[in-house]
Design a binder for this molecule. Structure first.
Ligand SMILES: NC(=O)c1ccc[n+]([C@@H]2O[C@H](COP(=O)([O-])OP(=O)(O)OC[C@H]3O[C@@H](n4cnc5c(N)ncnc54)[C@H](O)[C@@H]3O)[C@@H](O)[C@H]2O)c1
Ligand SMILES: O=C(O)C(=O)C[C@@H](O)[C@H](O)[C@H](O)COP(=O)(O)O
Ligand SMILES: [Zn+2]
Length: 375
């Protein structure tokens, strides 16, 4: 723990700094906004604060603070959740930057959940071919996953995150106080990525959740900071080793091949974490059917996700559409579908071109009891 700019105790997790990338910090704690000016860069004159409607007041407060410190600060309000991750909304942001005379030394600040920071990072990556940006995630998912690692992007009609860029932020400020206003549905959906970090790399996360699932469902839980920090450390280690996903980073896609297909199939009305929850159960079944994952670890997926209140099943009649969408997953090579599976707890690996019968059998396991599924 070290003190923040405002004197509060914070945890600083280093990200990047390998293979020629600039290192930055994910800072976890409270009262962190004093860190912002340092992260905006010495030459920044203009700052664009991108926020979703739900955080309009927070965004305006931040804009006014920055204006008080001498920046030309503009507020760019965007729709909530996935509705912000479109080419139209990105174009709206580009227009706002253009109209305020935004130059290469100016900076973008994305304040919000993963959808907002994905969009804000993408706008920063593309404006003048790349300007500085800072992520201020306000959801569990944003803190533990989306804001860290530099994957930015938007969706297209054909699927999830199909347009984007790797553009790491200058810093990530995770103020745990932001989580207090998050609805339980959004809070819990973010825990799916925390569970993912547990299965692919840090089983202590699973033990903390299993010991007190009810506590884990609330920001007031005894282990909130530890769960957030552990999951960030997993992500930081992986993206520091492989920023552009030439290998190891693919493990962060555990549960996402089916998860992204479900999100698209549900027209993005399911939260990302809820879809990834079902996707992880599917991936665990695939691993088990392929003879790679033991029964106990496969069963543990359903148990821990269910204990948190996350969905573990999906409508059985949708399989042909899901399969079609999975064919354009970013891990697919040519016609060969590729899945992240586990060879054991914390032993992620790639399963290339599974037999269609195997996929169907894994699907049957998540389709059973689909009437229980909910986003
Ligand atoms: N770039 C990456 O590496 C990465 C990693 C994981 C997920 N993602 C992306 O993140 C997105 C999901 O993010 P999410 O789960 O944070 O959802 P989200 O960004 O859609 O936020 C959920 C809802 O909560 C609102 N909200 C945000 N913070 C709030 C707060 N503190 N109080 C009250 N309301 C608040 C939002 O406006 C939205 O309506 C998906 O688009 C997913 O693809 C990206
Ligand atoms: O950071 C990564 O790499 C991930 O895969 C993390 C995922 O949780 C995240 O949802 C990511 O946006 C998925 O990336 P995509 O390349 O499959 O769109
Ligand atoms: Zn994800």
């Amino acid at each position: 723990m070290t003190p923040s700019a405002e004197g509060a105790e914070v945890t600083r997790i280093r990200v990047g700094g390998t293979a020629g990338t600039d290192p930055y910090e994910a800072v976890v704690g409270r009262r962190l906004l004093g860190e912002l000016p340092r992260l905006l860069g010495e030459r920044a004159k203009r700052v664009a604060v991108i926020v979703p409607q739900a955080l309009a007041e927070t965004g305006e407060g931040l804009r006014a603070d920055l204006a008080g410190e001498g920046y030309e600060a503009v507020l760019i309000q965007v729709p909530n959740a996935e509705e912000a991750k479109t080419a139209e909304v990105a174009a709206y942001c580009w227009r706002a930057l253009g109209q305020s005379g935004f130059t290469r030394s100016d900076a973008v600040v994305g304040v919000g959940g993963g959808a907002t920071t994905d969009l804000a990072g993408f706008v920063a990556a593309t404006w003048l071919r790349g300007v500085r940006w800072v992520a201020v995630p306000t959801t569990v998912l944003g803190m533990v996953d989306a804001a860290v690692g530099g994957k930015t992007g938007i969706n297209t009609a054909e699927g999830k995150n199909l347009v984007g860029a790797f553009h790491p932020p200058a810093g990530v400020l995770c103020d745990l106080a932001a989580l207090d206003s998050l609805g339980v549905h959004d809070y819990v959906s973010g825990l799916a990525e925390v569970v993912k970090a547990g299965f692919i790399a840090d089983p202590a996360i699973l033990e903390l959740i299993e010991a007190d699932p009810e506590g884990a469902r609330s920001p007031a839980g005894a282990h909130t900071a530890e769960l957030v920090e552990r999951a960030i450390r997993v992500k930081a280690e992986v993206v520091s080793a492989d920023l552009k996903e030439s290998g190891r980073r693919e493990i962060l896609n555990y549960g996402h091949t089916l998860g992204h297909a479900i999100e698209k199939n549900e027209r993005y009305t399911w939260r990302h974490g809820a879809a990834v929850s079902v996707g992880m159960v599917f991936a665990a079944e695939l691993g088990r059917i392929a003879g790679r994952l033991d029964d106990a670890t496969a069963d543990r997926h359903r148990a821990v996700l269910r204990a948190l209140g996350l969905p573990v099943t999906y409508r059985g009649d949708q399989w042909p559409k899901l399969l079609q969408t999975m064919k354009v997953d970013k891990k697919t090579r040519g016609d060969v579908l590729r899945f992240i599976v586990l060879d054991g707890l914390a032993k992620p690996a790639v399963l290339e071109g599974p037999d269609p019968a195997m996929l169907l059998a894994a699907h049957a396991e998540i389709a059973a009891g689909a009437e229980e599924g909910a986003a």
